[in-house]
Design a protein around this ligand. Structure first.
Ligand SMILES: [Zn+2]
Length: 112
């Protein structure tokens, strides 16, 4: 476990404010996974039929499940998608931290 996550035992409101300040911009976020898949096109005589498949190609699958199926991501956008996914994970981690602080405040009957 991360040591700083327990810092809020001292002063929860100050820790909560510090965590919220770290949240930063949350416009450029994505929740999901980026995966790569090689494909066979099915054209007779293509090199992929009994050799190298095409790709790999990138696919984005949104989370939570049910928000849509995997979509092809053009190579030029794969880096952007990775950046948005990283930003989304950071934002989720900070929100979980703030939620834990608020749960502590609730346990102390200090939630306002
Ligand atoms: Zn092929």
């Amino acid at each position: 476990m991360n040591a700083h996550k327990n810092d809020f035992r001292g002063c929860p409101p100050a820790s909560r404010r510090a965590a919220a300040a770290r949240l930063g911009d949350v416009e450029q976020v994505l929740a999901g996974t980026l995966s790569e898949q090689a494909r066979r096109c099915g054209r007779p005589g293509c090199r992929c039929a009994d050799g190298e498949p095409h790709g790999p190609y990138a696919y984005f699958t949104p989370r939570p499940a049910g928000r849509g199926r995997a979509r092809y991501v053009p190579a030029a956008l794969a880096g952007v998608v990775r950046r948005y996914l990283r930003r989304g994970e950071q934002a989720e981690a900070v929100l979980a931290e703030i939620s834990a602080i608020n749960a502590e405040l609730l346990a102390r009957r200090e939630l306002r």
